[in-house]
Design a protein around this ligand. Structure first.
Ligand code: HSE
Length: 438
């Protein structure tokens, strides 16, 4: 059988990695897919840019629509990124009855509902494994491997750049900006690195994971997002002292009231495996009612790890080319007409435990006053430490861990504490998760 001809849009880090993996492993890939898979046409913005791959045998151009319109091309791999040109190209490919493989989390999180609906009408596949957690086959694991379970919750370190920054700050005391620069040089960071540090990239990925875990439409705009830029080295050190690590987590949980979708810095017990996922590595912990907790770990970014997911999708698409479109694995794991409309909870209604840090005047009764505000708000304290003031008459740091409470109740208590004239500045609050099996 002739090899399947593929068109590639984007020849950057992941595009270059995809060309290299497809060439190096061509023989085994063909044995798996049943046919060879060949990139025949590729578009890149700047053809003179140095590449990490050898493009011999690939027709090159600067206009991606030339690739999409090439009648020989059956599958389009979209690695342009963003949701402008990339969306136009993906929609154009679908209109022409071509299958699509994409690593584009922003595109899927924001426009996936529209893209999948059109793809279904046209009987084509849109595969997106590389959009979440780079090389970890987490989409496939949830969509297929865990299909017998009711997924109760999942929690993931799903932004490599953010995890790299937090790890370097903790282990080496390095500065935020310095580590971010290194992540950019290594090709991990997004074109706009605020997407990494402010949690937008993780929110894109969490939106996708929640959708395939719970069988709900993609709802990026309802995902609560808080970044890591306010985390200080002191917070990291105090958390360690209390037996916790600070990780930037995406959490999706199903409760009777609705679905929680939230990305924020989180204290997690240091004894959890996921608390020890360092550097650019990603990990996703998924709790299924039948299987219990399962953990998926691997490189969340980088040329070949992401190419591994792109090529895995290409093999899947090639294997299913002749399958009746109605009998393929549904895009969002659940049949398109069986998606549920469970409400997404506002962050105000979410219940978590908290880490609180405040700077207080070092005089009698201050701690008691704070404790009484929490008690009046029905917030129970689990642990407390007080740090000596650095100089006589200066402020002392109090760090508290609380039991679980609704966010709006905690917000009201924090406002009352901040109104005390013995408190200096704002109360720092970080949500906590135990991530245990219950
Ligand atoms: N900027 C992303 C990260 C790349 O750091 O995880 C992979 O999506």
């Amino acid at each position: 059988m002739n090899p399947v001809k593929v068109g590639l849009l984007g020849l950057g880090t992941v595009g270059g990695g995809t060309v290299n993996v497809l060439k190096r492993n061509a023989e085994e890939i063909a044995r798996r897919a049943g046919r060879g898979i060949e990139i025949v046409h590729a578009a890149a913005r700047d053809l003179n840019k140095p590449r990490i791959c050898d493009t011999d045998g690939i027709q090159l151009c600067t206009d991606p629509s030339e690739v999409v319109n090439n009648p020989d091309v059956e599958i389009i791999v979209e690695l342009i990124g963003g949701d402008g040109l990339a969306k136009d190209m993906v929609m154009q490919a679908i209109e022409q009855g071509k299958h699509v493989v994409t690593a584009n989390k922003a595109l899927i999180a924001k426009y996936g509902n529209e893209i999948f609906a059109r793809a279904q009408q046209k009987g084509v596949m849109v595969a997106f494994e590389a959009a979440v957690a780079g090389g970890i086959p987490i989409i496939k694991a949830i969509r297929e491997g865990l299909a017998g379970n009711q997924i109760q919750w999942l929690a993931g370190i799903i932004n490599g750049t953010g995890n790299f920054i937090l790890t370097e700050m903790k282990d080496k005391g390095r500065d935020f900006d310095d580590v971010l620069k290194e992540a950019q040089q290594l090709g991990y960071a997004e074109a706009d690195p605020t997407f990494d540090v402010e949690g937008i990239d993780a929110a894109h990925k969490l939106t996708i994971l929640a959708s395939i875990a719970f069988g709900i439409p993609l709802q990026f705009e309802k995902t609560f997002t808080e970044g890591i830029s306010t985390i200080t080295r002191d917070d990291v050190a105090y958390a360690e002292e209390l037996g916790y690590r600070i990780k930037h987590l995406g959490v999706a949980r199903r409760s009777e009231k609705g679905i929680e979708l939230r990305v924020h810095p989180t204290l997690i017990p240091e004894r959890r495996l996921i608390a020890n996922v360092d550097g650019v590595m990603n990990a996703v912990l998924v709790m299924g009612d039948a299987v219990g907790p399962t953990l998926y770990y691997g490189a969340g970014a980088g040329a070949e790890p992401t190419a591994s997911a792109v090529v895995g999708d290409l093999v899947d698409v090639v294997r299913a080319l002749t399958a009746d479109p109605e009998n393929r694995v549904p895009h969002l794991a659940f049949q398109a007409d069986a998606l549920a409309n469970d409400p997404i909870l506002s962050i105000d209604d979410v219940e978590t435990a908290y880490y609180l840090r405040m700077s207080v005047q070092d005089k009698p009764g201050v701690m008691a006053k704070v404790a009484s505000i929490l008690a009046e708000s029905d917030i129970s304290i689990e642990a407390i430490i007080q740090k000596e003031p650095v100089a006589e008459g200066s402020f002392a740091n109090i760090i508290m861990l609380t039991h679980k409470v609704q966010e709006k109740q905690m917000n009201a208590a924090i406002a009352s504490i901040e109104a005390l004239d013995t408190i200096d500045g704002k109360v720092k609050r970080i949500r906590m998760e135990t991530l245990d099996a219950n």
